[in-house]
Design a protein around this ligand. Structure first.
Ligand code: AMP
Ligand code: ZN
Length: 114
């Protein structure tokens, strides 16, 4: 996807602070962090949102959730806990149309608000 911000980040055409990378997944620090730790985790193929997930491509989501505890342990906030968020579509507040999960930690999040 030529015009996709996260595809450009994956290709290195736009700079990012890499936190983790493997054959399927790329993770980097969010440019506008909402918590002391705020990492964006993306599949290395363009999937525009959770609405596009299928039996064929859901392995990327499985890999992302394998990577979540690795990153949280590596950065030292696993034990205290964290929140993983996916925003889908307009009502979900999705601004970048490339599937991504926000991994946020280092502070307490309130539920349902906050
Ligand atoms: P969402 O609103 O769920 O689509 O999340 C998009 C996220 O991407 C936001 O939290 C932005 O702060 C973040 N973001 C946008 N541009 C960049 C960038 N160049 N580098 C890192 N994070 C970015
Ligand atoms: Zn993309």
């Amino acid at each position: 996807m030529e015009d996709c911000l996260f595809c450009k980040i994956i290709k290195g055409e736009i700079p990012s602070t890499k936190v983790y990378e493997d054959d399927m997944v790329y993770a980097f620090n969010d440019i506008e962090p909402q918590a002391p730790y705020h990492i964006v985790i993306v599949p290395k193929i363009h999937i525009s949102s959770a609405n596009e997930l299928t039996e064929e491509n859901s392995k990327y989501v499985a890999r992302i959730f394998e990577v979540v505890p690795k990153i949280a342990k590596e950065l030292g906030f696993a034990e205290n806990g964290y929140r993983v968020i996916n925003n889908c579509g307009e009502d979900g507040g999705q601004t970048v149309k490339h599937l991504h999960f926000h991994l946020t930690g280092g502070r307490q999040f309130l539920w349902p608000a906050g």
